[in-house]
Design a binder for this molecule. Structure first.
Ligand code: ADP
Ligand code: GLC
Length: 483
């Protein structure tokens, strides 16, 4: 049994902007099920604290208002700490972006506070009488933790997980000075990245072990195309770097019990999906038609996800026998163009902006094809949710998508291993070709149903991945003792 402090800037169901929250809300539960003592630390955003049964935790010697709230992660026995700071985490809205869509100007201070506090907690200096063996950090917001812990005697072992290398936590040199970080860390061998402070480098340089969320992405980030300038450092540390595929929360995402669905189904009753498809079409104001292929999208409308590729082929798609339903939000220019298309072709294309968990479940259960033409994708969760719900994912051969979807080729269709449509190039033509291939295959009912059933039968649960983390923690501990 190990004591693990899991630090993240979001955790489902308390606060979520993307897949990081799904992982932070389910991996700790899976580790707990393997017998480990896991505690989560997140910023005490007001909305997150209201979403759980948080109680003040009085720390010895503390006179003013509490700085730590604690609760169990809803539906689990895993304790969560919320770091309260009215100025930094008491504002509403998105955890990272202000109402203007730009990063909050004090993000460096906000997440530096989280990191410093995590170091105090991990060093058992808060009077909680709990000292972790492992501190598991996630993404740039926690990147300073391994760097700061490096100076501590008898420190816990550190693991740093990269969920998305494109977000690095870059700030000007003045910020480094203002944060009073150890001056020797202003070096390309530490936190400096081309004359900027780089939070994520703290994790990559100083953690005992580095992980990313799929084996393919672990290899990709060591090259120029996906390395975001950090490929050299990552290659240097490649003996400490590995990819562990994310799992999914198989309870929340179970078509046989999902409370967001009007009816339930499993691999033996795939036909019931048609009823959900009709509900989905109604929901989006599209004509109810069981035969027309319904393509869907749930996700951020940003370049990473290939939104521009989809936009480029909209003129072609709007002349094809299909419907498309989308939920998401993101860059204003994409939202604007998509809205225009939905007004021009309301019978074919519908989009709903914003975040809507229930609708996302309905889409996974009722659509025929799930679109994920990502330019890069560290892991991606929706393609796994889709397979579990009998929606055939259409993805680019990149990152975690390449690791989790088996392309429908004559061979894979014949041997029953196909689960989706996979294409290679990040070009509009390649995407269009893949969609045409998907629609043609959709006509072959027997082959389609076989793909659905194969996808539904796959095991994407967390247990396998949690066991891999367990082994990795062991290695991290050995590394930390060895120097
Ligand atoms: P990323 O973290 O890069 O956005 P992932 O595929 O790992 O991509 O995870 C995205 C998560 O966020 C999934 O759980 C997905 O269902 C959810 N999600 C994204 N956009 C929306 C939305 N508009 N409404 C509901 N859920 C969403
Ligand atoms: C990031 C990645 C996504 C991954 C998620 C959880 O947001 O973009 O691919 O699934 O983190 O690890």
């Amino acid at each position: 049994m190990k004591k693990i402090l899991f630090v993240s800037s979001e955790a489902y169901p308390l606060i979520k902007t993307g897949g990081l929250a799904d992982v932070s809300g389910s991996l700790p539960i899976a580790l707990k099920a393997l017998g480990h003592d896991v505690h989560i630390l997140i910023p005490g955003y007001t909305s997150a604290m209201a979403a759980g049964d948080f109680q003040p935790l009085r720390l010895p010697g503390e006179s003013k208002s509490p700085i730590l709230l604690s609760a169990l992660l809803p539906g689990s026995e895993v304790p969560v700490y919320g770091l309260v700071h009215e100025g930094y985490f008491g504002r509403g809205g998105n955890p990272y972006l202000g109402p203007d869509g730009k990063p909050w100007p004090d993000n460096a201070e906000r997440f530096s506070l989280l990191c410093h506090f995590a170091v105090e907690l991990a060093s058992n200096r808060l009077g909680l009488d709990w000292k972790p063996d492992i501190v598991h950090c996630n993404d740039w917001q926690t990147g300073l933790i391994p760097a700061l812990l490096n100076d501590e005697p008898q420190r816990p072992a550190t693991v740093f997980t990269i969920h998305n290398l494109a977000y690095q936590g870059l700030f000007p040199r003045e910020t480094f000075v203002r944060l009073r970080l150890p001056t020797r860390y202003w070096s390309p061998l530490a936190l400096e990245f081309y004359d900027q402070l780089c939070f994520v480098k703290g994790g990559i340089t100083f953690a005992d072990r580095i992980t990313t969320v799929s084996p393919t992405y672990a290899a990709e980030i060591q090259g120029k195309e996906f390395g975001c300038g950090l490929e050299g450092l990552l290659s240097q540390r490649k003996d400490r770097l590995c990819g562990i595929l994310n799992g999914i929360d198989a309870e929340s995402w179970n078509p046989a019990t999902d409370p967001y669905l009007p009816i339930h189904f499993d691999g033996e009753s795939i036909g019931k999906r048609l009823e959900i498809k009709a509900t989905l079409q109604q929901h989006f104001g599209l004509p109810v038609n069981p035969d027309v292929p319904l393509l869907a999208w749930v996700g951020r409308l940003v370049q990473q996800k290939g939104t521009d590729l989809l936009l480029d082929i909209m003129p072609n798609l709007m002349n094809m026998p299909l419907q498309i339903s989308m939920i998401g939000s993101g860059e204003a220019r994409y939202e604007k163009s998509l809205l225009q298309w939905s007004k021009l072709f309301p019978e074919r294309f519908a989009i709903r902006f914003g975040y809507d968990e229930g609708r996302a479940h309905l889409v996974e259960a009722g659509a025929d094809i799930f679109l994920m033409p990502s330019r890069f994708e560290p892991c991606g969760l929706n393609q796994m949710y889709s397979q579990r719900y009998g929606t055939v994912p259409l993805v680019r051969h990149v990152g975690g998508l390449a690791d989790t979807v088996v392309d429908a080729t004559p061979e894979s269709l014949a041997d029953g291993t196909a689960t989706g449509i996979v294409f290679d190039e990040a070009t509009p033509d390649a995407l269009l070709e893949a969609i045409e291939r998907g629609i043609a295959l959709h006509q072959d009912r027997a082959a389609w149903e076989q793909m659905q059933k194969t996808g539904m039968g796959k095991d994407f649960s967390w247990e396998t991945s949690a066991r891999q983390y367990e082994e990795l923690y062991e290695l991290a501990l050995q590394d930390s003792l060895g120097g």
